[in-house]
Design a protein around this ligand. Structure first.
Ligand code: PLP
Length: 391
């Protein structure tokens, strides 16, 4: 019988019988692998015998992680990278050539925006940003040279959502691959491949690791395509994951479901209080029944997750004042950790996005992004409430 999600996060891709009975995945902290003979070395390089060669081309600890994430996303294969951006760049470079065209969600991780700008400058790869609200809107942007559709949902940091099935449906008509950055949800909350998308990317630095001690990226998709990526933009650019970081991610993954349940229930309680605070202008949370995209949440997300964005009544200086008044909630970018983190996107994660584009994405100077941690929610709220009260 196919295992259920909460079992796969713990056992997926690992067979202790293949590893001397070791309960946990062994850490193969090695750069290279020895061949028993010159002929066997030749066979391995020719791909005629299974086995490891050199850790940039594959490592047993990393391989368990790749198989586990593939199972969790319901895909054929997985690939691990040294960061979320190593994963994003390996996939986008693999899918595009000079003068191609990309359709991208309006609102996106700051460095992904930076990479798309670089690809435009160097290779004339143009990107059209779209809210992807209707089939008509997406269809109108498709050109013969459209190489892929790239999106985030929920969108960082505005928490707007995109209907995965709607985008996948239009893309299928034109045979264009759809890539989803699923970092904010993790496979526990959302599985884009099940809605017809083709590739899922994670910054595993966030919920997958979950403990703020690793920078890593993961990709899940079709086996043929990812095998091609493995021997080109992964192997030759070289942004591979280290065995130790893979080991930490395997450890973090075991508690993914229980962590996300707590992140979500804490966030729900904080959202209710934020909405009733007099110094808060707007609250954006996918699990909020009043969120304008809540109908999409219901279609494709299990719960709202741990991320909340909100606008305070005030300007950038006021937003900074609130951050500075916090006692144990930490001012930091990143998200998905046990610790509650808060940041100011306009001057931090999205400072690289030109002001005009930032405003188009809905990132105002009074917007704060909160990654609700696993602490007692009353302590989290107490800290935030006191900070908001100084305005
Ligand atoms: C953090 C993040 C990335 C980049 O991942 P790194 O691991 O920092 O390279 C990409 N997309 C989203 C949505 C992120 O939050």
């Amino acid at each position: 019988m196919k295992q259920k999600f909460d079992t796969m996060v713990i056992h997926g891709g690992y067979d202790s019988k293949e590893h001397l009975g070791s309960l946990t995945t062994p850490l193969y902290q090695t750069s290279t692998f020895t061949f028993d003979s010159a002929e066997l070395g030749e066979l391995r390089f020719a791909g005629e015998e299974d086995g490891f060669i050199y850790s940039r081309l594959g490592n047993p600890t990393v391989k368990v992680l790749e198989e586990r994430i593939a199972q969790l996303e319901g895909g054929e294969a997985g690939l691990a990278f040294s960061s979320g951006m190593a994963a994003v760049s390996a996939i986008l470079v693999a899918l595009t050539k000079m003068n191609d065209h990309i359709i991208c969600s309006q609102g996106i991780y700051g460095c992904t925006f930076g990479l798309l700008s670089l690809m435009k400058e160097k290779y004339n790869i143009q990107t059209d940003f779209s809210e992807m609200r209707s089939e008509k809107e997406i269809r109108s942007l498709i050109k013969p040279e459209t190489a892929c559709i790239y999106m985030e949902t929920p969108i960082n940091p505005t928490m707007r959502l995109i209907d995965l099935e709607l985008v996948a449906r239009v893309a299928k008509e034109h045979n264009i691959p759809v890539i989803v950055d699923n970092t904010f949800s993790s496979p526990y909350l959302q599985q884009p491949l099940k809605h017809g998308c083709d590739l899922v990317i994670h910054s595993a630095t966030k919920y997958i690791g979950g403990h703020g001690d690793v920078v890593a990226g993961l990709v899940v998709g079709k086996k043929d395509f990812l095998s091609q990526v493995a021997i080109t933009t992964q192997k030759d650019i070289g942004g591979i994951l280290s065995p130790f970081d893979a080991w930490l991610l395997l450890r973090g993954l075991k508690t993914l479901s229980v962590r996300l349940d707590r992140h979500s229930s804490n966030a729900n309680k904080i959202v209710e209080r934020l909405k009733n605070h007099p110094n808060v202008a707007n609250v954006y949370y996918p699990g909020d029944a009043e969120h304008e995209d809540y109908y999409i949440t219901k279609k494709q997300m299990r719960q709202g997750g741990g991320l909340i964005s909100f606008e305070i009544k005030g300007n950038k200086k006021d937003a900074q004042k609130v951050l500075n008044a916090l006692q144990f909630v930490k001012i930091a970018v990143s998200l998905g950790d046990a610790e509650t983190l808060i940041q100011h996107p306009a001057s931090m994660t999205h400072a690289v996005v030109p002001e005009q584009a930032r405003h188009k994405m809905g990132i105002t100077d009074s917007l704060l992004r909160l990654s609700v941690g696993l602490e007692d929610w009353e302590d989290i709220w107490d800290d935030i409430e006191k900070a908001l009260n100084i305005l």
